[in-house]
Design a protein around this ligand. Sequence first.
Ligand SMILES: [Zn+2]
Length: 223
Amino acid sequence: MFIGHIAVALGAKKAAPKVSLGTLVLAAQFVDLLWPLLLLLGLEHVRIEPGNTAFTPLDFYDYPISHSLLTGIGWGLAFALVFFIVRRSVANALILSACVVSHWVLDFVSHRPDLPIVPGLGMKVGLGLWNSVPATIIVEGLLFAGGVYLYVRSTHAKDKTGTYAFWSLIVFLFLVWVANMIGGAPPSVEAIAWAGQAMWLLVIWAYWADRHRAAGNMTGVPQ
Ligand SMILES: [Zn+2]
């Protein structure tokens, strides 16, 4: 899942209007930002296997540090702790930890049973939404639309950049999602890992767009 995770970040803005969309994206995509780094370090592994599920040509056979339920909760707590130390808001720290853990939950829905519960134990789970391309498009597309709706309802542009930076980000995410769908298998694991690093640009883009928007609807009244 890709834009489904971003949808969580967008929707969470309603619950945490003072937290930048950049921080929310960082939280919701945290373990997927960690994953390419762990691939490059040789600590986690993925195999290119066209047809692994209908939706992805990747076999996620070894990613217990980034994608087990236990470590997912641990990353959520760590994220919340760091945020609390910097920003001193318990409520927002909790929302961000929920965003981090939501990643595992959404991956649990989409992946085939390849997500470990606890690193080192054999038990792996996944509901396999990715076995159906139409179902994946409907579920992930609706999630994304819902997230965009909530974000737009919870903020307004302070200037032109607030409109263009935000909507160009949304269009870009949508196009990357479509390109991933119709593009073939990636050439190598290294290519996957480096493409994954590019996700940091989305975080920066989200900070930039959010800085040009303010909480509240068009009249400036927070909802
Ligand atoms: Zn993931």
